[in-house]
Every structure is written in C-alpha cells, then in structure tokens.
Design a binder for this molecule. Structure first.
Ligand code: ZN
Length: 285
C-alpha cells in the first residue's frame, strides 16, 4: 500500500495511491496517516479496504510528508563504501548516527531553502525506514517486524555547517527544509527486500547518484537492532539509512546547489521527489 497525505501545507488529508497510480481519499476512514494507521493493527484494517471503493481525488494536489508523528528523524552516515571513499573518510566499523531535527521535515516537492550564509549545500538520496511499533533491544533477526514501511528521503546537507564547525554533524543536517520525505509511505508488504532498492538523483537533469541498497555497509535490520540498544524507537520514527556515492562534495571540483537548481530523486519502489532550491529569508519564525 502506498499511503500519502495531500493538500495544502498544514491542511493535508490522508489518501492512498491505487494500483493504477491514481490518488484516492482516505478521509473519513482514518484520521490521518499516523501511528494508528501504520501500526500492525492499522495496516491489517487498511488491507481490508478495497481501494477501488474509495473516492478519487480530483486534480493534482500537493503531496505532503506522507505520515505524521515523527518523534525522531535519525540519520546514518557513510553507510556505503564508495560514498565514504568520496567523502575521504574511513569505512565505519559501527554505524555513524546523527540527528535531523524534526523541524527540517518537508513535503517531497516543497522547495529546499538555502540558509543565509550557507554555500556548500549538497544532496543525498536515501532509503527511509519508518518504525511501526515501540522497539527496544530488538534482535537483528526480529528487527524488520518493527518496520511499518519505507519512503524516499533527501538528506539535504550543508557541508560547511556539517564538517567545518567542530566534530558534530548535526548543524549541517537539520536546517529547515533539509528533510524532504515522500511522496509515499510504502507499507513493508510491498517491499520484498529492503536490501534491493534502486535509488537515483539528478541535478538540473544531470544524473549524479545511482545506487542500490544492497551496497549498504549496515543493512536495515542491523540498523534498527543497533539503534534500539541506545533508545526506544517509537511508531513513526524515521531512519535515513545513508547515501550511495555521487554527492556534490565528492565531485572534482565540488558541485554545490545554488538557488534555482532543481533536484530530482527517485526509486522504482518509493516514487519521485522534485525540489527547487531557493534562498531562505533571514527572518524570525
Ligand atoms: Zn545521509
């Protein structure tokens, strides 16, 4: 099942994409795409609905973040060998974990805002993993049972904030709009193997990244088990699992995003995102 939220920002309605790729409304059936929907019981209930009986949504409304209730947005760094090499960093022997503040989360096609003073804005196409149930100390063999589904994530990064301001990465990972998520939350029954998902990304139509999750150093089950040793993962928590090679920082010379650039990223299993880069206005919230 491909779950979506459609409509104006802050006013999104729940829906799904049917087998023919059409948007249908789940309004009145579920309150929102939240923990009640993507938990095990919620997914069973949804599977009993015949999508063909749901009303079609007219037009081409904006798609929002495909779920609400993300209490943690966790990033994994350098999880593909060739990306670690292009970043000129060592292959990790244990997952590198960082935070993306939840205020960075935005819709799959919303603009990405370059913060004032930022000048090394970069892209990272990634597989996102959505947790479906409270999870603590789960074994790797059981870890995929904790997963509700998958989504596409652009782990937008400002490299100067990430790498030139001390030993932490977080300042360059969680700026507003640095977390486009969606278009769909794909329930895990549609993903036969999370370690065989193609990912690609283009800037202004030029292919920059092309990868497959089979090349991850730490796979999805290993990451969920690892993180659950250090925190309780809650329904809706989102893990960005690392990016394949081809980021702007690794190009010679480096290629960073400028206002007006258009980033397109996608996956046959997870759908398509498209963001235009804009300058952020420096103004209070
Ligand atoms: Zn990343």
């Amino acid at each position: 099942m491909k779950l979506v939220r459609h409509g104006r920002k802050g006013r999104e309605q729940p829906g799904l994409i049917d087998a023919q790729g059409r948007l249908r409304s789940l309004a009145g059936i579920v309150p929102d795409i939240d923990a009640s929907v993507f938990g095990p019981a919620g997914q069973r209930a949804l599977r009993r609905i015949d999508p063909q009986t749901l009303p079609l949504v007219a037009g081409r409304p904006r798609l929002g973040v495909p779920l609400v209730g993300i209490s943690k947005f966790i990033g994994i760094g350098l999880n593909y060998r060739d990306h670690a090499a292009e970043a000129q960093m060592a292959i990790p022997t244990s997952p590198i974990v960082f935070n993306k503040w939840t205020t960075c989360i935005s819709g799959p096609n919303d603009p990405v805002l370059r913060p004032p003073g930022a000048h090394k804005l970069d892209w990272e196409v990634e597989l996102g993993v959505v947790i479906g149930r409270p999870t603590r100390f789960v074994r790797e063999v059981d870890a995929l049972e904790a997963v509700a589904g998958y989504c596409l994530v652009n782990d937008v990064s400002e490299r100067a904030y990430q790498l030139e301001q001390g030993s932490q990465w977080n300042l360059g990972k969680g700026c507003d709009t640095f977390g486009p998520v969606g278009p769909w939350l794909v329930s895990k029954d549609e993903i036969a193997d999370p370690q065989n998902i193609d990912l690609w990304l283009e800037v202004n139509g030029e292919r920059m990244q092309q990868g497959n999750t089979r090349d991850m150093i730490f796979g999805v089950a290993e990451l969920v088990a690892f993180l659950s040793r250090y925190m309780t993962l809650l329904p809706g928590d989102l893990i960005a699992t690392g990016t394949p090679p081809g980021v702007g920082m690794g190009r010679k010379p480096p290629r960073y995003l400028q206002p007006g650039d258009v980033v397109t990223l996608g996956s046959p299993q997870l759908g398509l995102q498209r963001q235009r880069i804009r300058s952020a206005a420096q103004q209070p919230a």
